[in-house]
Design a protein around this ligand. Structure first.
Ligand code: AMP
Ligand code: MG
Length: 490
């Protein structure tokens, strides 16, 4: 590896690479494979500012060289991480097959961020893949991750997309691209599964310490770090999933390698936001059995967390029978914790500040009415706030009219209506990246026209702000356009 010739000085990255110092089995040190003709397609200036990365003295071509991996910023120790994963329930050895971690950057507040290139060429973990990514899916990840962030939901972010000037072969030939992903870390449930599969107890201990240090430093004096880490991750994941449910986000591939220890949303493949409310909605073209359907997301989170706790058994208690009992009790808490968190978030969506006995029933009957009428999920909740939403069949349903009357009385009883509406406005977005608009924007972007993409990005970056001139972005897809599938692995 002759990295020195590719190093670029005086970029203000402030690297402090701790992952590279973990035991060797956890990663392979290697550089991204250079590409033919990198061109900067989009750059996230706002995120660069948050990272205190000032590229104002660097020209666009140099930026393209950096964010394609052709040039490496000084201080980078590039590597591919090893991990495993249960994909659709089947255990597989994986790892970064098309990604390279450039390093961990510290901003001025000392906050640590992984800087990773996705689509950067083959690695020892590529299996049969080409290590590359296509422009459409990378722009899609950029857009959706920025939407999730703007919705106040933890997520990895996107700093840049660069086209490579090379084709990638999928069903057809597509333009190649590389995404720069920023994450608080890339530690996954699958990372623990990898170390557990290697049966390397020392490394497992190190990984637990490392994860606590990096994400849950407040736990460092707890008597059993593995147990405390597990509980903390479970809480974070529950918070994440109820927020996905709040905004109708369907991840699409909740494999254990796509579940982070930090609680950030990661790996935007066949994900999408649901328009018409149907709990069984699936978008992924390869999810034939609805494993990752909207309503199944908590069930799968629970399942993935069970896989996580299994990896920790040797550290939970030296007596494995005891350890198993403890683990079962830990995972057994998921259902109640999730139900409580879900109830709390639905209360916010409906403006319930106080508690009333019938709240659960009210929430459920609205969801049933929405399902029956195939109502637009996002618009229904916004309708309750100010009635300024596109027509929806639900609004003429006599049962809904009764429901709405009762809801009106409920939010005016024992609480301030203004406060209720304020709470609803903070929790019910006006704008989500609607699938038909995303597809239109990506199709144009693929032909070199970024106008629709930029406009959509602007709208989804302020999802709770009412702009009347953006009303068209609240329309669900025309009826003929409604069957929607996304394709992953591209
Ligand atoms: P994902 O579905 O994006 O979570 O990826 C699952 C696994 O497949 C990860 O280990 C990826 O690194 C790997 N992978 C996906 N696409 C490719 C590709 N084009 N080349 C090599 N590895 C890939
Ligand atoms: Mg993945």
């Amino acid at each position: 590896m002759r990295l020195t010739t590719r190093m670029m000085k005086n970029l203000n990255f402030n690297f402090d690479n701790t992952y590279a110092n973990l035991p060797d089995l956890m990663s392979t040190k290697l550089a991204p494979i250079a590409v033919k003709k990198p061109e900067l397609i989009i750059f996230n200036k706002e995120l660069a500012d948050e990272l205190n990365l000032d590229f104002s003295n660097i020209n666009v071509q140099e930026l393209a060289e950096i964010f394609s991996g052709n040039k490496l910023p000084e201080g980078s120790v590039p590597l591919a991480q090893a991990y495993c994963g249960h994909q659709f329930g089947h255990f597989v050895m994986l790892g970064d097959g098309r990604a390279i971690l450039l390093g961990e950057h510290l901003n001025k507040q000392g906050k640590r961020f992984d800087v990773q290139l996705k689509g950067s060429g083959q690695t020892p973990y590529s299996r049969n893949g080409d290590g590359r990514a296509a422009l459409g899916p990378m722009l899609r990840e950029y857009l959706i991750s920025e939407a999730i962030h703007a919705l106040n939901i933890p997520t990895t972010r996107s700093l840049a997309v660069v086209s490579t000037g090379e084709d990638v072969q999928r069903e057809t030939n597509l333009k190649g691209a590389i995404l720069t992903r920023i994450a608080s870390s890339h530690l996954r449930v699958g990372t623990f599964q990898y170390v557990a599969a290697k049966q390397d107890l020392e490394t497992l201990k190190k990984l637990v310490h490392y994860s606590v240090d990096r994400h849950y430093p407040e736990l460092k004096d707890e008597p059993n770090l593995a147990i405390s880490l597990f509980k903390a991750v479970m809480k974070k994941q529950i918070k994440l999933i109820v927020n996905w449910m709040r905004v109708s986000f369907i991840h699409g591939v909740m494999n254990t390698d796509n579940m982070t220890i930090s609680g950030e949303t990661i790996d935007y493949g066949p994900c999408a936001f649901m328009d018409q409310y149907d709990p069984k909605t699936v978008f992924s073209s390869i999810d034939h059995y609805g494993r990752y359907a909207f309503t199944n997301q908590p069930v799968i989170a629970n399942w993935n967390l069970a896989r996580f706790v299994e990896t920790l058994l040797p550290l939970i208690n030296p007596d494995q029978e005891q350890a198993l009992k403890i683990a079962e009790n830990l995972i057994g808490e998921f259902d109640d914790l999730y139900q409580d968190a879900f109830h709390e978030i639905m209360k916010k969506k409906l403006g319930f500040i106080t508690d009333e006995d019938n709240d659960k029933m009210k929430i459920n009957s609205l969801l049933k009415l929405m399902h029956k009428n195939q109502s637009d999920y996002t618009n229904t909740f916004r309708y309750l706030i100010n009635k300024k939403t596109p027509q929806d069949k639900l609004l003429n349903d006599p049962d809904f009219i009764i429901w709405e009357n009762e809801w009106q009385k409920r939010i005016e009883r024992n609480q301030s209506k203004e406060e209720a509406i304020k709470l609803m406005m903070q929790n019910n977005p006006i704008f989500i990246p609607r699938n038909h608009l995303v597809e239109e924007a990506l199709s144009d972007a693929n032909d070199g026209n970024m106008e629709k993409f930029e406009k959509l990005l602007k709208v989804i970056k302020a999802p709770y702000h009412d702009h009347t001139d953006q009303f068209m972005y609240t329309n669900p897809a025309p009826t003929g356009d409604r069957v929607y599938k996304t394709f992953c692995g591209t």
